[in-house]
Design a protein. Structure first.
Length: 373
């Protein structure tokens, strides 16, 4: 007997154990950034997270001789299936000791759950969807993750691929450095043409009219990313839910709209890398986490371009380059000279070309896996 048992977990105590299990996995990984415990509690709460208005999930933990050795979630996302007309289910929140048998039993549990729901493919890691943490880090474990990006031990790739999961898509993260982009004359030419030929203008978000601005973002987000592989539209409640958190972290000067004759055609949302602070908080916001947020914010020197897009009818006109260039110049004025553009689909030719034009380095890769059920 292996002594391994998989249990579906539901109680508050078990959910807390589910959330805190990664501390065991990452105790020897100095680049891991502990998540905020209260934030994960809210995310996993089926009564609070609006994802559960169109999705389902169950959570499982693996026990070996009574000790927790792994966790996983099985996820049904009706919006994904209606958007892509497929039968793809997901696994996420995967954490596991370096034990192939434990990994196999966790993945079998998620796969069996999805099979009973009528799916023919399991995809992941997706916690919960492509709008959340998405993919497995497979390249560059020597740098802490940027805000809202995943991190995992290198051995996870071996465990998942030994199980039979195969690559379906890679996601790239680009490092953008101010001193390198300043050397690229082409950017100035492309952005000048976009501004002068098409009359493109850039404006900062108006936080005094936040609800109106949020309505614009809702339209732009779903319209801009609709053609992309794996895209799942955000519902209004999901955007409101995310905006409530991000509003507290946002730097208004960096959040910009691209407009033609006053009509928004593009949008960019950079967020400074609060992981610099979260790493010191060890999952706890109280009693001193808020103080760290206030006093150390000025020490953050990099940001992540979380969202950047142009509506399909105005793509390939250089508007994305204008958004990038504007963010970089604005960030420099704030003392932020390092950025990460993430994530970018490996087959998104336009966004990859834009990053390369800026002398950005493709320095991290994340992989999304499939397996037939």
């Amino acid at each position: 007997m292996s002594g391994i048992e998989i249990r579906k977990i539901e109680s508050k105590k078990e959910i807390t154990q589910f959330i805190k299990f990664p501390w065991k996995i990452y105790k020897d990984y100095p680049n891991w950034v502990p998540p905020l415990i209260f934030d994960k509690e809210k995310m996993l709460d089926k009564s609070k997270n609006p994802f559960f208005e169109h999705g389902e999930a169950d959570y499982f933990m693996a026990y070996k001789n009574g000790e927790i050795v792994g966790r996983i979630a099985a996820v049904k996302n009706d919006l994904h299936n209606s958007t892509h007309n497929d039968k793809v289910g997901f696994f996420g929140f995967f954490e596991c000791i370096n034990d192939q048998e434990v990994c196999n039993l966790l993945l079998d549990t998620a796969k069996d759950w999805l099979k009973k729901k009528g799916f023919d493919t399991m995809r992941g890691p997706a916690s919960f969807s492509s709008n959340d943490e998405w993919g497995l880090l497979i390249r560059n474990f020597d740098d802490p993750p940027n805000l809202l990006m995943p991190y995992n031990p290198p051995y996870y790739q071996t465990l998942l691929e030994n199980y039979g999961l195969f690559k379906v898509q890679d996601l790239y993260a680009y490092q953008i450095l101010y001193h390198l982009i300043q050397k690229v004359d082409k950017i100035k030419r492309v952005t000048n043409i976009a501004r002068e030929r098409f009359g493109l203008t850039i404006r900062t978000i108006d936080f005094t009219k936040f609800d109106e601005e949020l309505d614009r973002i809702k339209i732009l987000y779903n319209k801009t990313w609709q053609p992309n592989w794996g895209f799942v539209p955000l519902t209004e409640k999901e955007i409101d839910y995310m905006a409530g958190d991000l509003k507290q972290l946002a730097i208004p000067e960096l959040i910009i709209f691209a407009e033609l004759d006053g009509v928004p055609v593009g949008f960019a949302l950079p967020i400074i890398d609060y992981n610099y602070i979260f790493k010191q908080m060890n999952g706890k916001l109280f009693p001193f986490g808020w103080l760290k947020m206030l006093t150390q914010k000025k020490n953050i020197k990099r940001c992540r371009i979380l969202i950047l897009g142009v509506v399909p009818e105005h793509q390939k006109k250089g508007f994305d380059a204008v958004l990038y260039e504007e963010i970089i110049q604005r960030g420099h004025k704030l003392g932020i000279d390092e950025g990460e553009a993430s994530w970018v689909l490996e087959d998104n030719e336009m966004m990859n070309r834009s990053a390369q034009m800026m002398n950005a380095e493709r320095y991290k890769t994340y992989r999304v896996y499939d397996i037939q059920i």
